[in-house]
Design a binder for this molecule. Structure first.
Ligand SMILES: [Zn+2]
Length: 197
């Protein structure tokens, strides 16, 4: 039978971490909340949040941090963990990375990526309302997800030989978007929307 820890990690979409426990609560307004206590596995501990390398621990004092995860059937879910600062030879003193979240994010990777995907199909205000976050927070989720998909924009033109150009309509044919793709890597190089003339 699957253990509760394995089940929780799979539902959260987290690898390289250990579940230490979970607490369920419900406030006076009936809002249900699940708090899952986790820690990175040894091999994922003390990593720089920017370059990912193992680093020396800067100080022993740890800070309890919290990340919002995707809801479970309408229940608010949070991950809590203690983090400490590391000293990266390249990036300096930073709070160590955790495998379930991007650098400087109060949300899990799954949350940031899901919010980003949803904006391709829904208005930003609908995404904010569904995920119970601020409208501006949706934009910050997109920024973090974009950094994950393409950390360095300048490399987009590297080894660009065969390109394809296409124009497709959206908003019921009232607007057009021009897309240039790299045929060798099957990735988008450039895109621009413009009104129909
Ligand atoms: Zn670093």
């Amino acid at each position: 039978m699957t253990s509760a820890n394995t089940l929780l990690k799979n539902i959260l979409g987290v690898k390289g971490a250990v579940v230490q426990g979970a607490d369920f609560s419900e406030d006076a307004r009936g809002v249900k909340k699940l708090t899952i206590r986790m820690r990175p596995k040894k091999r994922e501990s003390d990593r720089c949040p920017i370059c990912g390398r193992h680093c020396a621990v800067y100080d022993r004092s740890s800070v309890l941090r919290s990340w919002r995860a995707l809801d479970f059937a309408g229940i608010l879910v949070y991950i809590k963990a203690c983090t400490q600062r590391i000293s990266c030879p390249k990036h300096g003193v930073l709070v160590s990375a955790v495998p379930w979240a991007f650098h400087d994010s109060g949300f899990t990777k799954s949350f940031d990526l899901t919010a980003t995907w949803m904006t391709g199909n829904l208005s930003r205000s609908a995404v904010a309302e569904y995920l119970r976050i601020n409208w501006k927070t949706v934009g910050r989720c997109i920024t973090r997800a974009r950094k994950c998909v393409e950390p360095d924009h300048s490399k987009r033109l590297d080894n660009l030989v065969n390109i394809g150009i296409d124009e497709t309509s959206y908003r019921k044919g009232h607007k057009y978007i021009t897309v240039i793709v790299n045929h060798d890597t099957n990735t988008v190089v450039w895109a621009c929307n413009k009104p129909v003339r």
